[in-house]
Design a protein around this ligand. Structure first.
Ligand SMILES: Cc1cc2nc3c(=O)[nH]c(=O)nc-3n(C[C@H](O)[C@H](O)[C@H](O)COP(=O)(O)O)c2cc1C
Length: 315
């Protein structure tokens, strides 16, 4: 079980819907892979429909060997569907399953999934058990520190009783979304509750670099750190030998085109190229004329057009 082989502090790529797809994960794995990679979340209800299963697997659950250990993140509220979806995920060869109990998105919460599970510890425990039984894989949970208010003690103690292999804690309540400062003291408290249980505690929220993450994990006594947004446009993030400020515009464009090539090849007929535009914004930044250069790339409709733009800019 890979979780037991990780050295403290380990680093995890966060699940990000419509961001950390196959191409993103593959690209970052080619530059410098973090210790663990999560997929973006995928609905267990969708995975349980025979008509949509294959399509969803291609869209969300492609991976390659270099992305291992790879954990599929799932969301929903129906234990039976967690059982079935987990079984299917295990059949695809994933290394682990993660259950989302922190997503604040209205449509997810309305269906009783994501952050809504923080209000229902009994159902959450059933879901964790169903995923374990369905997959026989290590099952982890990603969560927050409360729904409307901070309730770390009651919530994390309930989660610990359900015995997931790891708990990632985004140190904000559902109500705080991604705006308020991260409550690292609360994540430390969770780590304290988990002491001697063997459950790994992973801190998450606004971490900008591996160096930052190492300092934070030491200060708050955490097993690992998860990083999300800081990896966008920066596949060098987990490479400590690279300073972002030293990366040239040419290198950024090259990395972006490599990422776009993987995207185009892996999502042909599955996902339209305009989904890639958010990455253009992220890569083409932090240098003189970046806004002007970005606009040029934004007009490209495929990799070949991106390459023409790069040639015209001598990049
Ligand atoms: C665009 C976007 C999509 C996200 N999708 C997911 C998701 O699918 N599952 C999940 O657990 N969290 C999701 N998150 C939350 C992140 O995993 C992470 O907890 C949050 O961004 C804080 O970490 P960061 O400051 O390092 O980005 C998403 C965040 C963003 C910005």
């Amino acid at each position: 079980m890979f979780w037991n082989d990780l050295k403290k502090p380990f680093f995890v790529l966060a699940p990000m819907h419509e961001v950390t797809d196959f191409a993103f994960r593959e690209n970052i794995s080619r530059y410098k892979k973090p210790d663990v990679i999560f997929t973006e979340f995928v609905s267990v209800d969708g995975l349980c429909h025979i008509q949509s299963q294959e399509k969803m697997a291609k869209y969300y659950l492609q991976y390659s060997e270099i992305q291992r250990p790879i954990v599929a993140q799932i969301w929903g509220s129906n234990p039976e569907n967690f059982y079935k979806a987990s079984k299917f995920i295990a059949s695809l060869g994933f290394d682990g399953i993660d259950i989302n109990t922190g997503c604040p998105d209205k449509s997810v919460v309305k269906q009783g999934g994501g952050a809504a599970l923080m209000k229902n510890p009994k159902l959450t425990a059933e879901i964790i058990l169903a995923a374990k039984e369905g997959s026989k894989l290590p099952v982890s949970v990603k969560t927050r520190i409360g729904f409307d208010k901070v309730e770390t003690e009651s919530w994390i103690k309930e989660l610990i009783k359900a015995n997931p292999v790891a708990i990632t804690i985004h140190g904000r309540t559902k109500k705080e979304l991604s705006k308020s400062p991260v409550h690292w003291d609360q994540i430390r408290l969770a780590a304290l509750f988990a002491k001697n249980t063997g459950i790994k505690i992973i801190g998450n929220g606004d971490v900008l670099s591996v160096d930052d993450g190492k300092k934070i994990s030491e200060k708050y006594d955490l097993d690992g750190i998860m990083i999300g947004r800081a990896t966008m446009g920066n596949p060098w993030l987990f490479d400590e030998s690279v300073q972002y400020d030293d990366i040239s515009p040419e290198q950024k464009v090259k990395a972006m085109i490599l990422h776009a090539e993987i995207f185009e090849n892996s999502f042909l007929g599955i996902k339209r190229f305009n989904h890639f535009r958010k990455h253009i914004k992220a890569y083409i930044s932090g240098f003189k004329n970046a806004a002007w250069v970005r606009n040029k790339f934004m007009s490209a409709n495929n990799v070949s057009e991106m390459k023409s733009v790069a040639d015209s800019l001598s990049l």
